[in-house]
Design a protein around this ligand. Structure first.
Ligand code: APR
Ligand code: PHB
Length: 394
């Protein structure tokens, strides 16, 4: 068994783990990041692409915002559409802030490049990763890489290993509480190198189901439609996708749609999930390891960034000021905001999707939610405040 030592051992090299390692490095705190996937696999993963104002600030503070500002697109608003009736949420007007369109894939590439540039240690393609003695003053993480067995001794373990990770399972069943809602549909998404149909995002409710117009740049579009969980990607030719997307967006929007050959197409399930507590001994969960939101609120990545902003602050207080107040309140601080963000993502999902066996009354309620937002400055402002990002206690 080869031994290593570090202050914080981070399981998971997604945005949560990588940003945490960067923020700690900037404060002179050591960490080792371990991931079971290869660098190529991690950098190829297609995920969402809307950054809250606070996330943009955090990435700038971490010193990795340059390409984001160069290639990202600030957005001052987005649209809701109901059977073709459109309403713009004026994010900037209501909050004075923007969101930033910048792909999670690009962000992950930037984070890995910077860590390695600064000789940060990231162990890719590790197997049998196991957190041990998480309640002891010297927890350990064991893993196997290139046929060798390793043991990292550390002060703290950050479980940033996503929903299917190993960290959560280190918390005993009688301690861990989980809350979940699985939605009875998925999102079929595609990427195409065509200019987006609209300058800003459009979230559309249609009697045939939900649709979303998003983008990665002014020449690369990302489109989604609600699909059945029984659907397979091969059931959906590009042409079938374009026909359905146009129907759901309505003739006015579809008139501007430039179609083409997609180069990525995938189906993702929708889930709301929260695990409590987010701390157990010297193990701290962050990002998808602790909570999942349906993508309808564009919150998954931003929640992961928010968690590691709180966690890195807590470690800095611990190591530099011998103050454990933030470590002790980490779970409480994060969960208070997590549940509000879960509410917004659930609210957007309930308002914008077609649910099997929906009653006529429920359909009218969705419409009434939309009409309320259209007709009320306060309701529009509330959507804008949630979308741009709720305040973070750090
Ligand atoms: N051992 C080592 N690494 C693991 C293990 C394991 N047992 N299980 C998972 N991992 C790694 C995965 O390979 C992945 O690279 O943990 C990483 C988790 O990264 P993400 O899933 O991207 O999670 P997170 O960093 O919290 O980012 C959340 O990702 O899924 C999106 O919508 C979500 O945008 C949100 C963001
Ligand atoms: C995306 O661009 O992939 C995207 C944008 C907004 C969402 C979800 C996904 O709410």
């Amino acid at each position: 068994m080869k031994k290593k030592k570090t202050q914080v051992c981070i399981i998971g090299s997604g945005p949560a783990g990588l940003l945490l390692s960067q923020l700690l490095h900037n404060e002179g705190i050591s960490s080792i990041v371990i991931d079971r996937q290869s660098r190529e696999h991690i950098e190829a993963r297609v995920r969402a692409g809307v950054l809250e104002w606070g996330s943009v600030e955090a990435l700038d503070e971490a010193g990795i915002g340059a390409r984001m500002h160069k290639e990202g697109i600030p957005h001052a608003g987005f649209e809701l559409a109901f059977n073709g009736d459109r309403h713009r949420i004026d994010i900037k007007g209501h909050t004075g802030k923007d969101v930033m369109i910048y792909g999670q894939t690009e962000l992950t590439v930037d984070l890995i490049a910077r860590r390695l540039e600064q000789a940060g240690e990231i162990v890719f393609s590790a197997s049998d990763v196991v957190p041990l003695d998480v309640k002891s003053p010297s927890p350990k993480v064991r893993y196997c890489a290139n046929g060798e067995n390793y043991e990292i001794e550390c002060d703290h373990i950050a479980g940033c290993d996503g929903f299917h990770g190993v960290s959560k399972s280190a918390i005993p069943d009688d301690v861990l509480k989980t809350f979940e809602r699985v939605y009875p549909f998925g999102w079929l998404g595609l990427l195409v190198d065509k200019p987006p149909v609209s300058e800003e995002l459009i979230y559309a409710n249609h009697e045939r189901g939900f649709a979303l117009s998003s983008m990665r740049s002014k020449t690369r579009s990302r489109y989604y439609i609600q699909c059945s969980l029984n659907d397979k990607v091969e059931d959906w030719s590009d042409q079938r996708f374009w026909d359905e997307f146009s129907l759901r967006m309505g003739p006015q929007i579809a008139a501007d749609l430039q179609t083409g050959d997609s180069f990525e197409k995938s189906i993702a399930p929708l889930r709301s999930f929260v695990a409590e507590p987010m701390r157990y001994g010297n193990l701290y969960l962050a990002g998808d390891a602790a909570h999942i939101v349906p993508p309808t609120g564009a919150k998954g990545l931003n929640l992961a960034i928010a968690d590691v902003r709180v966690l890195s602050r807590a470690f800095v207080e611990h190591y530099k000021r011998n103050n454990d107040a933030y470590l002790d309140r980490y779970s409480e601080i994060c969960l208070k905001r997590v549940w509000k963000v879960e509410r917004f993502s659930w609210f957007m999902s309930m308002m914008l999707h077609h649910f099997p066996n929906m009653s006529a009354f429920e359909k009218r309620m969705q419409r009434a939610e939309f009409d309320h937002i259209v007709g009320s400055e306060t309701a529009s402002r509330s959507v804008a405040e949630n979308y741009v990002g709720l305040p973070l206690e750090i």
